[in-house]
Design a protein around this ligand. Sequence first.
Ligand SMILES: Cc1cc2nc3c(=O)[nH]c(=O)nc-3n(C[C@H](O)[C@H](O)[C@H](O)COP(=O)(O)OP(=O)(O)OC[C@H]3O[C@@H](n4cnc5c(N)ncnc54)[C@H](O)[C@@H]3O)c2cc1C
Length: 482
Amino acid sequence: MEAFDLLVIGGGINGAAIARDAAGRGLKVLLVEKDDLASHTSSASSKLIHGGLRYLEQRAFRLVRESLHEREVLLETAPHIVRPLRFVMPAAPGGRPWWILRVGLFLYGVLAGKSRLPRPGPAGADEIALGAPLKGKPRLATYWDAWVDDSRLTILNAVDAAEHSAEIATRTELLTARREGSEWAAQLSGGRNVRAAMIVNAAGPWVAQVLGRRLGSASESGVRLVRGIHVAVPRLYEGDHAYILQNRDGRVVFALPYGALTLVGTTDSQVAAPEDARVETDEVAYLCAAVNAYFVRQAAPQDVRWSYAGVRALYDDGAASAKDVTRDYHLELDEGGGPKLLSVFGGKLTTARALAEEALDKLGVKQPRWTAGAPLPGGDLSPEFDEWLAGIAAWLPAATSARLRTAYGTRLTRMLNNAASAADLGRDFGGGLSEAELRYLAAEEFARTAEDVLWRRSKLGLVLDGQEQRAVADFMASARAA
Ligand SMILES: Cc1cc2nc3c(=O)[nH]c(=O)nc-3n(C[C@H](O)[C@H](O)[C@H](O)COP(=O)(O)OP(=O)(O)OC[C@H]3O[C@@H](n4cnc5c(N)ncnc54)[C@H](O)[C@@H]3O)c2cc1C
């Protein structure tokens, strides 16, 4: 039976980041994901790399400081999939007093320390333009955070793990694992059995179920499952900035630029099971009402072009309401008198790299940390790379070139593989999605189905029509069969 140093359960951001870090420190790692990488919470987020301005109200200063530090790390190591995003915060009648907002923003700037992003402050010269899409003439403050392609962040962590010799097994479920002497004996779907010296349970919303039903252990920690949904509607405003809106119930709602759409989120509803990740009509109405209170252009549920739901597995700190439960993560180590088991509760995309470091410390891994300065695959952008890209502008359309650069960064050279014309990329499936890109995704990024390509490795599901999507599905099926 094959033996590993570490078996990671779950191919969301936390499992992928832990697998990457551990593999880079020389451990023999197997990551199992029952579906596709990032197919659950890690593709259903607000897509922000942020300190979390509102967590200051919960006095979560450690989390905010760590997140702001990680924001800098990600801007540096993954500049293709992470970009600065300016936020506009209007004052709201009946909302938090203006001086509190100013103090909060000041503190946010202080906690960020030395940052590559501008400090928070009043809107300045473009106040009129930023206020124009809004009803009335509210006072405005602005600050900067960052935007990320959440599923690609997860997948690139897994790609890097694999490049450091980890095995990434998608569509592979951990069925059961039991301690046998100094090792875990694990049964996987597909009839495979493996042994592992340590297990990390990074099953996200399934963390407690995996502990109880698969690993036969009663967790000491409780988990609160909190669903958040997003809707995308035709643009509520022009520009590439975002708005953070104070809602009447004390929550904040984001309006985020998303191509030709505005992405609006999120909600906080406590749910009973991980499978409750669905979009409810009352939640859609809630988000529409939240933006309609601010914007001149209005959004109705029938305007929604795309929606999605994700379930957070939050560490239960006993808070009364879902919105007040801590967003900080909690790592629980169970040594059980034998091989170790570490379970991950909560966490954010933003802090996954730091969480992985802490997880490996807790597991007693002694090899030095390495990820803080290491680019994620494709993240080593350079002027030379952009020159090369400019050099193929004669045959690669500008829109496709821009999409590919922000998705793959310097890995584009591998994907294009010395192509000298559009014809060299093979068939175009629509939206600039070529046969060469599909082959690359299957070979290098663990893509197996059309869904994997259209919704997680790209968002071309928003662009391709039904017939084009079926053609992608056929191509992926024939690639699997080959
Ligand atoms: C609405 C919403 C908005 C958010 N916005 C932000 C944001 O803007 N910025 C930010 O930093 N964070 C944000 N977050 C938080 C962030 O998305 C999550 O913390 C993160 O994605 C959790 O990742 P995970 O790896 O723990 O879980 P998941 O991504 O859910 O991954 C767990 C994986 O484990 C797999 N699994 C489960 N059981 C098994 C098994 N038995 N065998 C094999 N695999 C198994 C599942 O299939 C799943 O893919 C948001 C979360 C939500 C819900």
